[in-house]
Design a protein around this ligand. Sequence first.
Ligand SMILES: Nc1ncnc2c1ncn2[C@@H]1O[C@H](COP(=O)(O)OP(=O)(O)OP(=O)(O)O)[C@@H](O)[C@H]1O
Length: 247
Amino acid sequence: MNVLELRSFYAYYGDKKIINDINMKIEKNKITAIIGPSGCGKSTFLLSLNRMLEESGGRAAGNILFNGKDIYSMAKEEIRKRIGIVFQKPAPFPFSIYKNLTYAPIFYGIRDKSRLREIALDKLKISGLYDEVKDELGMSALKLSGGQQQRLCIARALTVEPEVLLLDEPCSALDVKNTANIEKMLINLAGDYTIVIVTHNLYQAKRISDYTAFMLDGELVEYDETVRMFSSPQDRRTREYIEGIYG
Ligand SMILES: Nc1ncnc2c1ncn2[C@@H]1O[C@H](COP(=O)(O)OP(=O)(O)OP(=O)(O)O)[C@@H](O)[C@H]1O
């Protein structure tokens, strides 16, 4: 079953076409990796999926269906709640760890203190941070390490129970150990959430994703199960990209 479907989708910054006629279905509760050379439009693609494209000054044309409904006909707040996003640079709010985790649920109307605590602790556990911070929930999130901050940002994105989690190079500022922690977490999350991850790291795409999409100059060149894409790419350009990086 697919959660998101792009139909003849285009994205522009000014007159410049960044995304060119993408048709694609994104499978529910799977990890889909978006790969491609720098500047090919991966981030623009991701921002399009929850309408943050507009905030960054871009413009969309064509359709993106979310559970069959066009996201451009839905309220932005609803889209943001149901399709969360985490960026490359960990960016916790300059508040306590606990407040980072209750901020969005409070914004969306949850007032019950025990419910808020339950949400915060649950997401900390999911992110694997609980044991590391359980006695310091009142501490500023900015005092956490970079890897912990990024796990907190993912936990925070999950506090409003999105269906889809978008991640834009979430590990590129992290070391190997922190990257491994996040990859493990994402694999665990995939049973309950649909994950779309932009990565320049082909090994990462191979390790964690079920499907991989290869983009070039704003076009979707090839989209397939990750195992197939890496073992027998159908398009010469995909093969060259994969081989170029490896070789
Ligand atoms: N806010 C913006 N305003 C104008 N042009 C932009 C904006 N954001 C991105 N672009 C342009 O859109 C094109 C695609 O950028 P994008 O960030 O989507 O590529 P990318 O594949 O994610 O690149 P990288 O791997 O380097 O992050 C680039 O030419 C970039 O300069």
